[in-house]
Design a protein around this ligand. Structure first.
Ligand code: AMP
Length: 282
């Protein structure tokens, strides 16, 4: 497994792979890898001849009061895990490499970022779209894989790729969960054992919402009230949002028609957790 830290060298290696006729699959991450990341990588291995991942905690997608400094990092462990999955190249740039002096260009996706985390994390998706566009230009993948756990991120990237004619197939991978249903996340490491146990409530609440949908409820207000009730039973949890949105536009809806998503963001102590469930007529 190769580890590359500069954009120039990464571009050179990707050009080489492409010249040899190899297809490139790419999984961008912020490291502190868990089973969710590894599942994306396994899917990437099946999709491309060469699998490239990036490990970069991107400062521009964190707000000034957010957890950039304390975001968990463990490069040695990550490299071992990546090697085990069969990653071919790990791109690990520094912040200076990605944002050298004079940097001033950003990518702004306009509408799908206006709801959900776009409200509580202003500037977050500008940071995400910009870094992903840069990584795409450096890694030059044919296929890129993203988790449905960060559903708004997935939709934002898909929109950017379409609107800017990037010649990349973006694939969404279902959320990988702990045994009790908690969506895997590097941020789960922040939770004390007691709060970690309580965090499973988030998925239980989402499942209850899905159950109501399956029973034929289509009015979102009633479903949202039930979900909120379940989350609010936990004294540590502060709801940022619980919403039901159109799965493509991410606009709030009153009646569920077609594909929809129930999305939640909750603060448990100092830890912000997000999760979602997709509602589809079967
Ligand atoms: P992150 O390192 O948190 O930025 O995540 C890197 C990629 O892994 C993103 O595409 C995430 O959506 C995806 N991811 C994170 N957690 C999970 C999970 N539990 N299941 C599936 N994909 C995930």
């Amino acid at each position: 497994m190769e580890v590359i830290a500069t954009a120039k060298e990464m571009q050179r290696r990707s050009d080489q792979l492409r010249q040899k006729g190899k297809s490139i699959a790419f999984v961008p991450t912020m490291g502190y890898l868990h089973e969710g990341h590894l599942t994306l990588m396994q899917a990437g291995k099946e999709r491309g001849d060469a699998l490239i991942i990036s490990i970069f905690v991107n400062p521009t997608q964190f707000g000034p009061e957010e957890d950039y400094e304390r975001y968990p990092r463990d490069m040695q462990r990550d490299l071992k895990l990546a090697q085990k999955v069969g990653v071919d190249i790990v791109f690990t740039p520094s912040a200076q490499e990605m944002y050298p002096d004079g940097f001033q260009t950003t990518v702004e996706v306009e509408r799908v970022i206006q709801n959900l985390c776009g409200i509580s994390r202003p500037g977050h998706f500008r940071g995400v779209a910009t870094i992903v566009a840069k990584l795409f230009n450096i890694v030059k993948p044919h296929v890129a894989l993203f988790g449905q756990k960060d559903y708004q991120q997935l939709i934002t990237i898909k929109r950017m790729v379409k609107d800017l004619n990037m010649d990349i197939e973006v694939i969404g991978i279902p959320t990988v969960r702990e045994r009790d249903g908690l969506a895997m996340s590097s941020r789960n490491a922040y939770l004390s054992p007691k709060k970690r146990k309580e965090a499973a409530r988030l998925y239980r609440a989402l499942r209850k919402g899905e159950e109501l949908f399956r029973q034929g409820k289509r009015n979102t207000a009633a479903i949202l009230t039930t979900i909120r009730g379940i989350i609010e039973e936990e004294k540590w949890a502060t709801i940022d949002y619980v919403k039901i949105c159109d799965a493509h536009t991410l606009e709030d809806i009153e009646e569920i028609k077609g594909e929809a998503i129930i999305a939640v963001a909750v603060q448990i102590g100092k830890t912000r957790l997000i999760d979602n469930i997709i509602l589809k007529e079967v």
